[in-house]
Structure formats: C-alpha cells, structure tokens
Design a protein around this ligand. Structure first.
Ligand code: SAM
Length: 453
C-alpha cells in the first residue's frame, strides 16, 4: 500500500454508515411528517429564489444485479407513458402549492433509467415544466441513461428540449465483472454513445463506475480505469459497491467470487484515484472526479459545491423539489419522500394533494449539523467557530464531537487546530466515518446502511 493508514488500523473504520446526502438521514423519516407539513413549507419558501427539480423514473429495460436504486423492469410503452402523465399531473399540483411562478436553475432526471419514458412522454413532461416554471437561461438540465438502451433519435431530442448534461451507467468494463453483475456493455458501445451525445451538443458527460463488485481486482480495475480515461468523460462518479441485500433481494443474484473485503476495496479505491489524478482529473469529495474545465471542478475549487440525494452537485438552490415515485424533496424546514412503489404512488396521485409518504422536520440544530457535515464532505475543511457563531451557539458546542475525532487525528486522517478541522488526503476515504461524529441521531445497526469503506 503506497500511502496512508495501515491495514490493522483500517479495521477500526469498517462498519456500515449513512452516505450523508442529507441530515437528518432517511432513517429518521417517519409518517408523522407528510403532505400537510410539506404544503406549509412550500408556501414559506422565500420569494424570488430559484428552485431545483428532481424527477424520478423508476423503470429499467434490464435488471442489474448490483443495483440499490428504486427501480423495476417494465417494458410496456402504455405503462411508461401513463407514468409520464402522472409526472405532468404532479408537476401541476406542485406549482399550484408554490406562492408564485418560480424560476428553475437545475433539473435532474434520475432512476431507474429516465430514458425509458417514451419520446412523446418525455417531450410532454419537459413542455409541462416549461409551461409552469421559468427555466433560467444557464440552467443545468441533466439525465441518467443506460447506453445499451437509447436510440440515436432519443439522443437528438435531448438538446432541443434543453438538456445540457448526461450521465451514463458504466460500472466496469471487464467482461468477467459484467457477467457477474448481469450487465453486459462493451467499451465500443459506451464510446459510441459518448460520440453521439457530443455530436448532439450536450456539454458535459458523466460516467458512473463502481468498485468492490464480485470478480474485481486491483489489476482488473486498473485496466478498466485506463480504458475509461481514453473516453475522456468530463466527470466520473466512482461509488463503492453498496451491498444491502436485506433491502434489495436482486443483489443475492450476483455471481462470481466472494465480495472484496475492506482492505481490497481500499486498495481498489487507491488505484482508481491514482490513475484518474495522473490523467488530469481533479478529485472531488468522497467519490467524484472531474476535468478542470467542468463546472464541478470549478465549484469544488470555489467552495460552493453541495451535496444532496443525487450525490455531489453544483446546484445551490435552497429548495430541491422531487417529483415521481420515491423522489425526495429537501427544503430548509424539512425533507419529505414520495411513496416509493409505483403502485402506492399511483394510488396517492388518485387523491388530492401531493403523494408524500413520510418525512422529517429540521430545526436550527439540524441545519447547523448539516452545514458542518456538508462542508466537510465537500471542502474537507470547516471552521467550527465561524459556523457555531453564525447559529448563536457557544464555541464549545462541538467539544464532544472533537473528542471523538482525536483517534482520527492520531491516525493522520484529520488535523484539528483552534476549532478548525482539515481532513487530510488520507482521510478522504473515511469522510463518512469522520462526519458521523456530528450526527446525534446515528445508532449502530448493521442492516441499515452500506459499508463505509
Ligand atoms: C440508477 S443508476 C442510473 C444509471 C442507468 N439506469 C444505467 O443503467 O446506466 C445510478 C447509478 O447508481 C450506482 N449504483 C447503483 N447501485 C449501486 C450500488 N449497489 N452500489 C453503488 N453504486 C450503485 C451506479 O453507478 C448507477 O450507474
């Protein structure tokens, strides 16, 4: 191992932890918070500020055995189109609950695979958004897609509809890993999609990769990453495989060797990091990389990066409004989630109001703790005194948390000086372990979150 923590110390940081894409995290959502609260929060959103939209499309063409997203295989065009109609209806209701017509700075379509919406349905959804909201001229409009199932015609529709960014699922290029995961996708196909996307004026291409999958080795991943670099994606999200079979039974279908242990995962992550940085990618937060020209690199350098349910984002709007089954909405006063299954979502949409299943309110202390967690996850630095004063808390407010970070300091993962915390380069991989000390709701529960390293 080239740098950082020794293997025996690594064991200390094993365990399952939240991904910290919000605070409080999804574990704290309850049915006690629902549509009534959300309606009030929407009406109290400050006037004149933009909002962001997240639209969830839960359908896929094929099942990936590793997938831990809310998704299902549905082929019938009629079901897909009917779902598009529900998205339009929910958008109309949502706009009706806002005090005034809002401007929109970010729109993201996630899934599942949002390109499973038939072309006409996608056009209808986008037209509905344009009718109901003022889309800012430089708005960031992005969509996740599966290169195995998008036609050239579909790609050519994206830019005219306003899309500026696409995100491809790739995961790994090694045939042995692809077979174990049930996702066969050649490098040639991915390369072809990138070319088509670029010919169609899309400015930024992101690729998703995963390490920690069955049959992956440090050597096989080195080959995959070198190959991916040749395709020059503007951004890369490199996720550690989240094995949560108690939530997603499909993961029990994975084939191949046993899953890599924490030491192997750590080594795989290191080799990915080395190759990508050598190739000119800037490392961002826990698991993202971007070329210097990309807005995510610029945002990271300026300290304006954010984190939400989509992972890292340059979106700085104060409200992210989710539409579609399982989508999550985050506003300053709280977080709510729509009904996760399509059936429950449909049923809720047959009644009045918005299809909220559960949520959680946020008080001043939650917002303070989220600020600390988010800035550490994004900037790897926080001046605690500056933040606690902003929230009218005493300087010693986080002394308990700082005490817990002592062992991290001894391991060289953080530096603490006069209430200023800097996460070292060695500590980057342990960001989730570091920020959990600021989470007062966290309780150890093995079958709740995914592996931290
Ligand atoms: C919902 S998928 C969208 C991609 C698109 N549907 C496709 O098939 O290419 C979003 C991304 O989540 C990541 N992902 C899904 N399951 C994961 C897991 N168990 N662990 C880590 N990352 C995962 C994958 O990298 C995937 O590309």
């Amino acid at each position: 191992m080239k740098k950082g923590i020794s293997f025996d110390r690594l064991a200390r940081y094993e365990g399952n932890l939240p991904r910290y894409t919000s605070y409080p995290t999804a574990v704290q959502f309850t049915e006690a918070v629902g549509f009534n609260e959300y309606q009030q929060w929407l009406q109290a959103l400050p006037e004149g500020e933009p909002v962001s939209l997240y639209l969830h499309v839960p359908f896929c063409d094929e099942l990936c055995k590793f997938c831990a997203c809310n998704t299902q295989v549905v082929h019938q065009e009629s079901i897909r189109s009917a779902y598009g109609d529900l998205l339009c209806e929910e958008l109309k209701r949502l706009a009706g609950f806002l005090q005034a017509r809002r401007s929109v700075s970010f729109i993201h379509f996630g899934g599942g695979t949002p390109t499973t919406l038939p072309m006409n349905a996608m056009k209808k959804v986008m037209q509905t958004i344009y009718n109901l909201f003022d889309i800012q001229q430089n708005a960031d409009i992005s969509i996740e897609l599966d290169p195995r199932h998008v036609s050239v015609e579909y790609f050519s529709m994206l830019h005219p509809l306003g899309f500026t960014r696409v995100s491809f699922g790739v995961q790994d290029l090694d045939p042995k890993v692809q077979k174990a995961c049930g996702r066969i996708q050649s490098k040639e196909l991915t390369a072809h999609c990138i070319n088509v996307v670029r010919q169609n004026y899309i400015q930024s291409v992101n690729m998703d990769l995963i390490y920690g999958l069955p049959n992956q080795t440090v050597e096989s991943l080195s080959a995959t990453i070198r190959s991916v670099v040749e395709l020059k994606p503007d951004r890369l999200a490199v996720f550690g495989y989240a094995h949560v079979p108690w939530k997603f039974k499909r993961q029990t279908l994975l084939e191949g060797d046993v899953l890599p242990d924490s030491i192997e995962r750590f080594q795989q992550r290191q080799v990915i990091d080395e190759i990508l940085q050598e190739a000119g990618y800037q490392v961002i937060g826990l698991d993202h990389y971007a070329l210097p020209h990309d807005s995510m690199s610029k945002s990271a350098q300026q300290g304006t990066l954010h984190r939400n349910f989509q992972g890292y984002t340059v979106d700085d709007a104060p409200a992210l409004l989710g539409v579609g089954a399982s989508s999550v909405s985050i506003v300053p006063q709280g977080i709510v989630q729509n009904h996760p299954s399509v059936a429950a979502y449909q049923k809720a949409m047959s009644q009045e109001g918005l299809p909220i299943a559960r949520g959680v309110g946020r008080d001043e202390e939650d917002l303070l703790r989220w600020t600390v967690i988010e800035r550490l996850m994004c900037d790897l630095y926080i001046d605690l005194n500056q933040i606690t004063r902003q929230y009218n808390k005493p300087d010693n407010f986080f002394d308990d948390a700082l005490l817990k970070l002592k062992s991290f300091e001894e391991d060289g993962l953080v530096k603490i000086e006069s209430y200023k915390i800097t996460v070292t380069e060695e500590g980057r991989c342990f960001l989730r372990n570091i920020v959990v000390v600021f989470d007062t709701y966290y309780r150890v529960a093995p079958q709740r979150h995914a592996q931290a390293i």
